[in-house]
Design a binder for this molecule. Structure first.
Ligand code: ADP
Ligand code: MG
Length: 281
């Protein structure tokens, strides 16, 4: 049984079509990266999966519609009010409160220990009693992830979990997620090509419709369909996985693949147009 089955899903916001006829089958154990331009409908797809926007078509989570209990979800940028003086451990502990809460409910020692353990996984155990107002952006993102993981979802949905944080924190987050992927299926919207190179096992490219779903290798055709020319897409530190050598012809605006020696020639300013040094495997 697949973790997620999306069949003929379309989403409209008033007259505007954000998603057109999406079909996507995600097997259990997958780690899917969702890529696409701004406004391409990535967040909308995640919101349709969690049932927070109306859609046409069918979405099944582990074979059942509206099976939301299996989901963990972290939104694009948290609406959590960080001025509120609550400490990191309390934020983390709050994750499971809805499951057991009653008026005289108290956290058990086991719950504390587990929350601390999850903070430690992200290297922020020492910040357990620090007010969230004092955490850096990266530390706060790690805290929210720890909180989401603590609910032990079978399908984890992350919407740009590493946007606006430093590359080291991002790398650390991807490492932890890769470990959790042994226990849960993960779907992550990301602009971070180092994630595509390091932890995701497949990618889906979304620009209103689904342009590509498959192994995490992009080619010039996919990139051109998605972004026009991908001049800014560089996976620092992972040059050999994501992008083939490709050339952007500034006159025609077209983007095409070519082999290393040709590309090298262009780097030597033999031809017009510019070239990005991403090696094919
Ligand atoms: P992405 O996450 O890929 O950047 P979104 O899913 O947020 O894209 O948005 C897809 C499209 O739908 C965009 O054109 C966006 O402006 C539009 N959109 C998103 N949310 C709303 C909304 N609540 N009301 C109207 N239009 C929206
Ligand atoms: Mg988005």
């Amino acid at each position: 049984m697949n973790a997620l089955s999306v069949q003929n899903v379309s989403v409209y916001y008033a007259q505007h079509q954000a998603l057109r006829n999406i079909n996507l089958e995600i097997e259990e154990g997958a780690f899917l990266g969702i890529l696409g331009p701004n406004g391409g409908g990535k967040s909308t797809l995640i919101k349709a999966i969690i049932g927070s926007v109306p859609y046409s078509g069918t979405i099944k989570i582990f074979g059942k519609e509206q099976n939301y209990a299996e989901l963990g979800y972290m939104p694009q940028s948290s609406g959590l009010n960080r001025e509120f003086p609550i400490d990191a451990l309390e934020v983390c502990l709050g994750a499971n409160l809805h499951k057991k809460w009653h008026f005289f409910y108290r956290y058990t020692k086991a719950m504390y220990d587990e929350a601390v353990e999850y903070l430690e996984l992200f290297g922020i155990g020492h910040l357990a009693h620090r007010s969230i107002t004092e955490l850096s952006g990266g530390e706060f993102q790690k805290l929210l992830l720890a909180r989401t993981l603590l609910t032990k979802p079978k399908l984890l949905l992350l919407d740009e979990p590493t946007a606006n944080i430093d590359p080291q924190s991002s790398e650390h987050i991807f490492e932890v997620l890769a470990k959790f992927n042994k226990k849960m299926t993960i779907i992550m919207v990301t602009h971070d090509l180092s994630a595509i190179a390091s932890c995701v096992k497949s990618i889906a490219c979304l620009s209103q419709s689904l342009i590509y779903h498959g192994e995490p290798k992009l080619n010039a055709e996919i990139l051109t369909k998605m972004y026009g020319c991908p001049v800014d897409l560089i996976a620092h530190g992972h040059p050999h996985r994501v992008l083939p050598y490709h050339v952007h012809d500034e006159e025609s605006g077209e983007c095409y693949e070519m082999d290393y020696s040709q590309c090298h020639e262009i780097h030597g300013h033999v031809h017009e147009g510019h070239c990005h040094g991403h090696a094919k495997e």
